[in-house]
Every structure is written in C-alpha cells, then in structure tokens.
Design a protein around this ligand. Structure first.
Ligand code: GDP
Length: 527
C-alpha cells in the first residue's frame, strides 16, 4: 500500500460516476443529452438520440440491431463540468434490456432515477431500483415531464415509498403542472425558478424569496398557484421527512427534483445539487479487505463484455471500472484470475458515439479494453499485491429456453460457442439433473435472438430454442441435506450452484413455505 498521491487525490475526488435508471420513455436519453450539453460534450441536441436511430449507430456489427434500429450495445460517457469529472454509465433500456443493464449498476457509485410524472413508478424502474438498493448506493430522483399533466406530487411520493420502499425528500416543489406549470420552488435555497419552455442555459432565471409565503411568488405566478404552493409546502414541512445526508448516502432516502428535461428546465439545478451530494469513488471490498481509491495503485474490475467489433475476429471489448489509483496507457497489470501480467495497450473511452484512445484515467472512470478472449465478467486487474474484487452477481432471468444443437456433428463448436457467449454474461446457462440438458435464461428476450444469430455467424452452429414457461430463478442456500432433498427440482448454474426455476410468484411462495429451511436468493450475490 502506498501513500495517497496528491495528483490522484484531486482527480479522484472530483469524479462522479453514476447510471440513470428508468423505464423506457421516461426521458433518460433526453436527460443524458442535456447533461452532456452542460458539459459542452455535445454541441447540439439529438446527438445522443441518434444512437437509437440505426442510421447513426456505431455498433452496426449486427443485422438484428440494424433491422430493429436499436442499440444492443451500450457505452459510458464522460464530461467535465464545474470542476467535476462526470461519468454516465449507459444502461440499455428498451428491447435490449439485459443482465448487462443490471451489471452496469455494480460499476456506478450513484443512480439517477427518472420518473415520468404521469406514469409514476414503472416495471423496469422497479427492477433496476432493486439492484441499487442491494448495493446501498445513493439514488437521486428526477420527476420528469412536469410540462404535461400528471399525478399529484404527493401521490407520487407516496407511490415511491409504497412501491420501492424508499423515503423521499423533495428538494424542490412544482408550482402548477401541465399547461399551468409555472416553475419550481427550491426548498433548500429558498428561491423560485420560473418555467420557460426550451430554456437556454443563459436564460435560466431564479429569484430569491423569503420562503413559500413570500408575496413575490404570488406576483409572479398568480394568487391561486401561490396559495396552493404555500399549502403544499407547509404540509411537507410538517408531514414530510427531514433532510438527512447520511440516509441519502446509504440509499435510504432519495432527494427528489421536479422538472422537464426536454425543456431543459430544472436540469441544471438537479446537476448542481447532484454533484454536491453524490459521492466520489469510495473504498471497495476485496479479498484483501477494503481497497481505498486514493492510497492504492491501479486496480479495477470487468463488469461488462461486449462483442461489437468484428465478428470475423471475435474481438470483444471488456469494460473495466477503475476502482483505485491511476491508469496509464501501456501499463502492465496483473490479471489475477489467470495469474499473469497483461499489457493494457489500446484502451478506449466512449464519448457518445466516438471512441477515443485514453492515455490516463483515474478511479471512478470506465475504460474499454480490447479483449482477445482473456477477460471474464468479474475479473480483477491490479498492480502490486494481488487481490480480487467481489464476484459479479447474477440476477434472476425472466425468460427461459431449452437449447439444443440442430446438427449433432457440431456438438463441439456448439459447446465452445455457448461457453464463450455465456461468459460475456448477457445469457445465463443452467443444467438440469440428471439429464444435463441446457437451459438458457435471459433478462431481455432479445438476447435469445442475439445468441442464435451469433452462434450461427461466429461458430457456424444452428440451434433450436424451445421456450419454457419459467419466469423466475432463485439461488438456493441451505444445509446439504435440505438441498439434496430438492435436487430433482433444481438446476445448476455455471458454477454448479443450485437454482430453482418457477413459473410464477405464486409457485415461488409455495416453494418457500414448503422448504422453509432453504433460503431463496434473487441474485447470486455473496453466495
Ligand atoms: P428514454 O426512452 O427514457 O430514453 O426517453 P426519451 O428521452 O427518448 O424520451 C421519451 C419521449 O419523451 C420523447 O418523445 C421525448 O421527447 C419525451 N420527453 C422527454 N422529456 C420530456 C419532458 O420533459 N416533457 C415532455 N412533454 N416530453 C418529454
């Protein structure tokens, strides 16, 4: 362990690495675009959006992707703003929702949850939220589309608490909504930001007030909305939660901001507050105890592998989250699982659509490493004494298919292809007892198609997929005798751990009652 290095110290302390969690259409792309715009990282609106339209997609390696016009792959984006270095990890959200989306959250230090004011808490948000909750990272909420009529803000907060089990602290409060939307009252700074559609940076206008009772507000937004604001703020002050940075940091209280991303309204306030409140990279658990980002030399872990390059060469990119110290191009690092040194010669960073070669990066950053097939998800790379970061968890798939090779002569290629592609981690492989049949599990159904396509294109293997009625997987933990007793009902995951599959929540509950000595885990974390 070395001394804290002053050069790293400043670099690391200014980093904020987060992922946006939301349901499709809540406004993630719009928000990302506005944030990048603040950093001067993009010059015009529509650049991020372009990724969704096949015309601009860089990752055009796959026909499925082209046909559907969606991005199967995803990236990390970074920009500088107000003395901070911000890394946004992209969480694929539409049909390309996959385990990668979950795993990306393991590389984030905070999450931004975007909620559509009219739709409230939706299915995908709930799933992603659960992963953040499991990791205990702080979650910041942006309620979007206030320029449209939506749910009553109190109703929304109640919904967030009831559905997600997290308490909330509104940092600002909307004045009106939809066609009456007039602005937000900033509870922390006691000022009002007046709503204008399509706000440019330079014309964001605030005016300070003496609390919600200040008649100045009535003068600007009208008596009726002012009265309503006063009633709501006094209700919040009495009945709402208190501001508590410690609870926010632990992910038990979420600061809530209201705004309209498309109109760039409330985005800057959100960003400024977020940067103040969100954590810089912090110490992470490893086999050698906590690894401090400042005092340790370079280390990181692979959280995602993407085969997007040239299918003929099977090139892959392994995404590494740097957890400590400084990375320099060309440096030699220990690949702990393989027990050998590797030289990181051609690392890339992803800015919106362009790749650029990185020369140096610091804890908190994400870099892409060209992978000739030596990396697996969860691998640790480090300099100095060897250690490993915690194993990357697997999450319950929601779709299952039995898989068989059509031409038995190609069994070998099939086995090899399946093993390599499941290593990338978007598809999970289970084996039945005692037949050793193979079952694939995915979080997003498109992954079946991707796998089928790639086995054919890269390994020349045709497969037959038969959908199975399961929807849920649970990792089992218990005494050997108890687990043996249910062996004929379980399958094994890649590591031979027992897993039970269910067709419904009801079936799961019945099993949990029946086998009360066994623990049923939603993910493989810590097993
Ligand atoms: P994503 O699927 O979460 O990435 O959502 P997008 O950012 O693509 O937004 C989905 C749709 O909502 C698009 O048509 C956006 O123009 C629209 N949208 C985003 N933010 C706002 C907003 O603040 N107000 C309104 N009215 N529409 C919005």
């Amino acid at each position: 362990m070395s001394q804290s290095n002053p050069q790293w110290e400043n670099e690391i302390a200014k980093r904020r690495t987060f992922a946006i969690i939301s349901h499709p259409d809540a406004g993630k792309t719009t928000m990302t675009e506005k944030l990048l715009y603040y950093g001067g990282a993009i010059r015009e609106a529509g650049m991020v959006k372009g990724r969704k339209n096949s015309k601009h997609a860089t990752s055009d390696w796959m026909e499925i992707e082209k046909k559907r016009g969606i991005s199967v792959t995803s990236s990390a984006m970074d920009f500088e703003y107000n003395g901070h270095h911000i890394n946004i990890l992209d969480t694929p959200g539409h049909q390309d929702f996959s385990e990668d989306t979950y795993r990306t959250l393991t590389a984030a230090d905070a999450a931004v949850m975007i909620i559509d004011v009219a739709k409230g808490v939706e299915a995908q948000t709930i799933k992603l939220f659960k992963v953040c909750r499991m990791r205990g990272i702080p979650i910041f909420t942006f309620v979007n589309k206030l320029d449209r009529h939506g749910k009553d803000p109190f109703e929304l907060l109640e919904e967030i608490e009831r559905v997600l089990g997290i308490r909330s602290y509104p940092m600002n409060w909307p004045i009106g909504m939809g066609s009456y939307f007039s602005g937000v009252f900033d509870r922390m700074k006691s000022r009002v930001e007046l709503y204008q559609s399509n706000t440019q940076h330079e014309d964001i206008s605030f005016f300070p007030v003496e609390g919600a009772e200040d008649p100045l507000i009535g003068d600007r937004v009208g008596q009726e909305l002012w009265q309503q604001l006063q009633d709501e703020i006094s209700l919040l002050d009495v009945a709402g939660d208190e501001y508590d940075p410690e609870l926010i940091n632990k992910g038990q209280l979420t600061p809530v901001f209201f705004g309209s991303a498309i109109n760039n309204f409330g985005v800057q306030t959100f960003l400024d507050n977020f940067l103040q409140m969100a954590p810089a990279p912090s110490a992470k658990k490893s086999t050698e105890g906590l690894i401090d980002p400042y005092t340790n030399a370079f280390s990181g872990f692979i959280f995602k592998i993407q085969a997007n390059m040239n299918p003929a060469h099977r090139d892959r990119i392994a995404f590494l989250r740097i957890c400590s110290g400084k990375f320099e191009r060309g440096m030699s690092v220990k690949h702990v699982r393989l027990g050998k040194d590797v030289k990181l010669a051609q690392p890339v960073q992803f800015m919106a659509q362009d790749r650029e070669i990185v020369d140096e990066s610091f804890a908190g950053d994400v870099i892409g490493l060209f992978d000739p097939g030596i990396f697996q998800i969860g691998d640790t790379l480090c300099v100095g004494k060897s250690f490993e970061y915690e194993e990357m968890p697997h999450f319950s798939p929601e779709f299952f298919s039995k898989v068989m090779v059509k031409d038995a002569m190609k069994h070998k290629q099939f086995q090899k292809g399946i093993m390599q592609l499941t290593e990338e981690g978007t598809v999970q492989l289970f084996r039945t007892h005692p037949m050793e049949e193979l079952i694939l599990g995915v979080v997003g159904v498109l992954q079946f198609e991707v796998l089928e396509y790639r086995l054919k294109a890269e390994y020349g293997v045709d497969i037959m997929l038969t959908r199975m009625p399961y929807q849920i997987a649970r990792w089992l933990e218990g005494e050997k005798a108890d687990l043996d007793a249910v062996k004929n009902r379980t399958v094994s995951d890649r590591y031979g751990r027992p897993v039970m599959l269910f067709e419904s929540e009801y079936q799961l509950r019945v099993a949990m009652d029946k086998y009360s000595n066994i623990k049923f885990h939603e993910s493989s974390l810590g097993l």
